[in-house]
Design a protein around this ligand. Structure first.
Ligand code: ZN
Length: 260
């Protein structure tokens, strides 16, 4: 990703500047350049705004057991608690205040296309081979944003498990694709909010159990029908789409994972 990152930064500068300046700019180090999003102030409880919302997306996977972080642009106790857990997971001073150290760690984890380091759009996009994020009930851009949120939670889950790879066998599924694979008609996969994980270096049960402390309100794994070879995780609770999905639903009976 490094080469790609520098190339993109160089191209962005080149487009903004007259030809003569290009050589100099390309040679200069890109100090705090971030191709996705840059925070310009320290954030703490009581703050609100787009910068808080962007932070929430990136720390939502550090919600405490059974908790979720609402992506509402308001820095409340849920956000502060998640920031604290993020900081402690990455060896930073855990004060729940998002300052330069916290943002530096996020930049380190973040690719220029806004996906976290260990996950990519191609892993999460339309599962039936057509690619992209269109063909579902939401717009492609809304679906893509949901996929980004899912990926940041997966990045947290991955780190929480000790940096174990979490291959995704199915992410977003458009309506036709979902039908093709016999997915539930109200599947969270339709919205870009779900991922099916097929880990090889940790057990399915370890993943299902850990997902409870990484912001996932939907978890299905071993013991749930058709989930003996995968763990499904989703974010049904914060999405508020309908009465049946707006709640925590965990079921991996063989792993001791249930709603209670
Ligand atoms: Zn699934």
């Amino acid at each position: 990703m490094r080469v790609n990152t520098l190339k993109r930064v160089a191209v962005a500068f080149a487009l903004a500047l007259p030809g003569a300046a290009i050589a100099t700019v390309v040679a200069a180090p890109a100090a705090h350049a971030d191709g996705c999003y840059t925070w310009n102030r320290t954030l703490t409880q009581g703050r609100s705004g787009e910068d808080v919302r962007q932070l929430q997306i990136r720390v939502a996977g550090w919600a405490a057991y059974r908790d979720i972080v609402r992506i509402d642009g308001r820095y409340g106790p849920e956000t502060a608690a998640a920031v604290k857990r993020f900081q402690s997971a990455y060896g930073l001073r855990a004060d729940g205040i998002a300052g330069p150290q916290t943002f530096a760690k996020i930049y380190e984890l973040q690719d220029n296309d806004c996906t976290p380091k260990h996950f990519s759009y191609t892993e999460l996009d339309n599962g039936c081979g057509t690619g992209g994020f269109s063909g579902g009930p939401l717009s492609a851009s809304a679906t893509r944003e949901n996929a980004i949120r899912t990926m940041w939670k997966l990045e947290a889950l991955r780190h929480g498990l000790g940096d174990k790879a979490l291959p995704v066998s199915s992410g977003f599924r458009g309506t036709a694709c979902n039908r093709q694979v016999d997915g539930a008609s109200d599947s969270q996969h339709l919205y870009g909010d779900a991922a099916d994980l097929t880990p090889r270096t940790v057990s399915l049960c370890q993943v299902a159990r850990a997902a409870r402390s990484h912001g996932f309100s939907g978890i299905f794994g071993p013991g749930y029908p058709d989930h003996s070879d995968q763990v499904h995780v989703d974010s049904r609770r914060e999405n508020n789409r309908d009465k049946t999905s707006n709640t925590t639903y965990w079921s991996a009976p063989n792993c001791g994972v249930g709603n209670n």
